[in-house]
Ligand binder design. Structure first.
Ligand code: GDP
Ligand code: IMO
Ligand code: MG
Length: 445
């Protein structure tokens, strides 16, 4: 069976998608990103070499894999070349022979970054805490039917005319808030040379992917951000501007839903969040020290912006919701080793609002701020699990924790991650997960 698997973050991002995509890429022929842009930061560690991918799929270090930036993405050409130049310095060539950018993907231009800044400043205390990379404004232009797609930009006249039309509005907004306006020439001059350099990468990736699917090639579709940052299903308005969930993989690649054969949720054994927005299980006040311990042990600082990540307990209620909306057929459980130092571990198994237990994940972020989590407390194992590769070598209490999480979210665990490196991985024995990998996986670097 030729598998087409989607990998999705199950929480608020940074679950370790990069590590898992890099690890599984060995067994797939094509790796595709389907949404978001360089707001993502996906870390890959191979021995003592580390990479952070923002726009390029995390399969890029595998030299024989084709990497696709799908139509659902928003691509900043400047960020694309900064990333590919950095990869070239690290010995990974990013060439049109194996990297394709969808002709239908939208471009992020300098005025999108400007609008992102302006919007966040306007919001003040209500700000989203975006990555300020122009992601939201670029998706606004896409939905507003004034966006500039990669293929449109190849024509200099079209590009200039669209920049001119769009800047009229952008400059009005920016000027109203006392910001520095932009000229058509400066935006065009900054953009067009990069688009010319991008030209050999731009192609009809929808056609390519459908042909590949018909030929039975295996495809790994890599999500960025995560379920609770989805513009429809997440903690709106504290979300990103794309459909991060598995459904987005279909619209963001042009591969029909029935082509997708499995959905792997990446679930961290605790929760983090970067930026603003409700976070029911956040370690605050009395637990701030625990939060710092997790932040330091898990090196929880943004891979894109360097911001400290807010840390909290595992939220099984929210992750059950993520399992529903994505249809996880298996999950990879990451960063188990980070919890090695804890005496007790809390897991949120339900939500209480106004003194009543609720059944469904609240739609209103103000309600989410008032949630009283219902916690179960499990004993810690207080011994190192770092780098363990066999399920049987895990301390009994760590195994119990994994089983508890799996039962709470109602999905089998296919893989457990015990460190950032490829090899620090346990195959957990889920037949569905194993069936995606054919001959099995050699986690060796
Ligand atoms: P992503 O955005 O989901 O790809 O995740 P990030 O790369 O932003 O953040 C995950 C961080 O945790 C990275 O620094 C990884 O190298 C690291 N990491 C991944 N898996 C593990 C693990 O099992 N244990 C530990 N200690 N670190 C991990
Ligand atoms: P990966 O793929 C964590 C958050 C931002 C902000 C909100 C909107 O590495 O998991 P945006 O710039 O997208 O408009 O910001 O979404 N955010 C992320 N948080 N991991 C990410 O990506 C994120 N990408 C965006 O912090 O709260
Ligand atoms: Mg990240």
């Amino acid at each position: 069976m030729s598998h087409i698997i989607v990998i999705v973050g199950a929480q608020w991002g940074d679950e370790g998608k990069g590590k898992i995509v890099d690890l599984l890429a060995e067994r797939f022929s094509i790796v595709v990103r389907y949404q978001g842009g360089h707001n993502a930061g996906h870390s890959v560690q191979i021995g003592d070499r580390s990479f952070v991918l923002h726009l390029l799929p995390s399969g890029i270090t595998h030299k024989d894999k084709t990497c696709v930036l799908g139509n659902g993405m928003v691509i900043d050409p400047k960020a694309f070349f900064e990333e590919s130049d950095r990869l070239a310095e690290q010995g990974v060539a990013v060439t049109p022979e194996r990297v394709m950018v969808s002709a239908r993907a939208h471009l992020i231009l300098p005025y999108h970054r400007l609008l992102d800044h302006t919007s966040e400043e306007r919001l003040g205390n209500e700000r989203v805490g975006t990555t300020l990379r122009g992601i939201g404004p670029a998706y606004e232009d896409k939905a507003g039917r004034r966006g500039i797609r990669a293929a449109d930009a190849l024509n200099a006249e079209v590009l200039r005319a669209r920049i001119e039309r769009n800047l009229e509005d952008v400059n009005r907004i920016v000027a109203a808030y006392g910001g520095q306006t932009l000229s058509v020439d400066e935006v065009f001059d900054q953009t067009y040379p990069l688009v010319e350099r991008l030209a050999p990468f731009i192609t009809d990736t929808t056609h390519f992917l459908n042909k590949a699917a018909r030929e039975g090639r295996t495809i790994l579709i890599e999500g960025a951000q995560a379920a609770l940052l989805d513009v429809d299903h997440g903690t709106y308005p504290f979300v990103t501007s794309s459909n991060t969930t598995a459904g987005g993989a279909s619209t963001g690649t042009g591969l029909a839903p029935h082509r997708i054969t499995g959905v792997l949720g990446i679930v961290r054994t605790y929760t983090t969040r970067v930026g603003e927005g409700p976070f029911p299980t956040e370690m605050l006040a009395g637990e701030a020290e625990l939060g710092s311990l997790i932040r330091e042990r898990g090196r929880e600082y943004g891979a894109s912006t360097g911001r400290p990540r807010r840390c909290g307990w595992f939220d099984a209620f929210a992750t059950r919701y993520a399992a529903d909306i994505n249809g996880f057929t298996s999950v990879a459980l990451t960063k188990l080793d980070v919890l090695d130092a804890l005496d007790e571990i809390k897991v949120c198994t339900g939500y209480r609002l106004d003194g009543k237990t609720i059944e469904s994940f609240p739609a209103v972020s103000q309600d989410l701020r008032r949630i009283e989590p219902i916690y179960a407390t499990l004993p810690g194992w207080r011994t190192s699990t770092e780098g363990i590769t066999e399920l049987n070598d895990l301390p009994a209490r760590a195994r119990e924790y994994v089983e508890f999480i799996s039962k709470e979210i109602g999905v089998a665990v296919g893989l457990i991650s015990t460190g950032p490196e490829r090899g620090q991985t346990i195959m957990a024995g889920d037949p569905t997960f194993n069936s995606w990998l054919g001959e099995g996986l050699s986690a060796a670097p």
